[in-house]
Design a protein around this ligand. Structure first.
Ligand code: AP5
Ligand code: MG
Length: 222
């Protein structure tokens, strides 16, 4: 990866955005990542006004309003120094509506740090449904485990801190189906938008082990 990379990982809930992000950060230390879900969960755990509003929506599998999300991510980008032409970063989970994408373009246009690659993780949704049952997380760090795919060293315990793992509130079958539905509704216009801008790529595969090397190759090619 020679030139600054500013990447959006797009994909259904459970498609592996968080898992692929972590692998990319290990491989490319100059990348910084912002996960919109992790940012929201941090607000919830701190009990902020945004957190209180987001909590109900997330539990119901609905989206947080576009204006809130655009403000939150703009703030995060500023904080990590992401609004200059030399910065490299990846976004996981934002934008996920056309209006968020347009909002992000406006913020970035004013800064000289354009979003130069969008990668859609394309995973069979039947497989995703099987996966989510096995997911456990360490909420403070956002570390993700799967009882089958990448189990913790000690059952239900975070490898780094030794703290207990938990299930996300929105990972029950009912909420999860709603999240999939919302994703399928929103992704079409988003895909078209980035196709028109010439930044959109799709990477297909039923396992992150198949998908990850393909994403890495895209980043190395550019
Ligand atoms: P968010 O936290 O972003 O959730 P999501 O997009 O629904 O995606 P997930 O985090 O569930 O999945 P992932 O793709 O990261 O998959 P993972 O790597 O964990 O958002 C949560 C909520 O916040 C939203 O519903 C919404 O309410 C709100 N929100 C967030 N952003 C918003 C926005 N921009 N606008 C409005 N609202 C917003 O992988 C899944 C599991 O699979 C893991 O257990 C993993 O270990 C396992 N796994 C990965 N690879 C494999 C493999 N090869 N084989 C087996 N298991 C595997
Ligand atoms: Mg995630």
């Amino acid at each position: 990866m020679l030139k600054p990379t500013r990447l959006l990982l797009l994909g259904a809930p459970g498609s592996g955005k968080g898992t692929i992000s972590r692998k990319l950060l290990k491989r490319f230390p100059q990348l910084h990542s912002i996960s919109s879900g992790d940012v929201l969960r941090s607000h919830i755990s701190r009990g902020t006004k945004i957190g209180r509003e987001a909590e109900t929506l997330i539990k119901a599998g609905s989206l947080v309003p576009d204006s809130t999300m655009i403000g939150l991510i703009a703030e995060q980008l500023k904080e990590l120094g992401g609004l200059n032409g030399e910065a490299s970063w990846l976004l996981d989970g934002f934008p996920r509506t056309l209006s968020q994408a347009q909002g992000l373009t406006e913020i970035l246009d004013a800064s000289g740090a354009d979003l130069n690659m969008v990668v859609e993780l394309d995973v069979d949704q039947e497989i995703i449904l099987q996966r989510i049952d096995a997911r456990w997380v360490h909420l403070p760090s956002g570390r993700i485990y799967s009882l089958d795919y990448n189990p913790p060293k000690v059952p239900f315990t975070d490898d780094v801190t030794g703290e207990k793992l938990v299930k996300r509130d929105d990972d029950n079958p009912e909420t999860f189906s709603k999240r999939l539905l919302v994703y399928n509704e929103e992704v079409g216009p988003l895909r078209e938008y980035y196709e028109t801008l010439g930044t959109w790529h799709r990477v297909s595969g039923d396992s992150s082990d198949i998908i990850y090397p393909k994403v890495e190759r895209l980043l190395l090619r550019d």
